[in-house]
Design a protein around this ligand. Sequence first.
Ligand SMILES: [Zn+2]
Length: 222
Amino acid sequence: MGKNRIMRIAAAVLAVATAGLICWQMGVFEFSGKPKICLDAGHGGSDVGAEYNGRYEKDDNLKLTLAVGEILEENGVKVIYTRTEDETVELEERAEFANKKKATYFVSIHRNSAAANVSGVEIWIENTATLYEERLAKDILDKIDAAGFGKNRGVKRGYQGDSSANYLVNSATEMPSCLVEMGFITTPADNKLFDEKLDEYAQAIAEGIMKNLEVEENSTEE
Ligand SMILES: [Zn+2]
């Protein structure tokens, strides 16, 4: 083993150790500069998403996404959006946008659908997500759960029905990401909750995100 090779290995080990130390000290996923959240309202334009009795998923997604963004902005968090209107945006474009803008986190907002009368909230993450990445989804789901949305269906890895696949917005984004399925649009009880408690859910999602932006644990918190 040559001296150069040893030096390279030593440098790599040091780099990994330093990155790990930074993550550990911050208690959050490592990010540089000011945090920037990319919010992604699922579907839009010609892609209406799931549909139920003339109600389109794309509209619900946008409504909730804009409400979440408003709360984050009120708290001084920079927000970027893949869409703020009813327009068609390809999945690849959404991920590329977040990558190019170097977003800290990417949060996609959707509504679920099913043939049966099922209910509740679930959040999808990439099947290879680290525990740090999983924490973002867990924190968001905990906050939604506390606000009350019927069944907590958990944080799930991969793709509905295929754990070896991923939602493109999760796999193609370079930063920690998750896809929130905010209840079933095909279930009237979930739609009622969605409409009545929209502001509370927006607050919950924003708080879940902000929890992962804290540089240090709040020492006054019990
Ligand atoms: Zn969707």
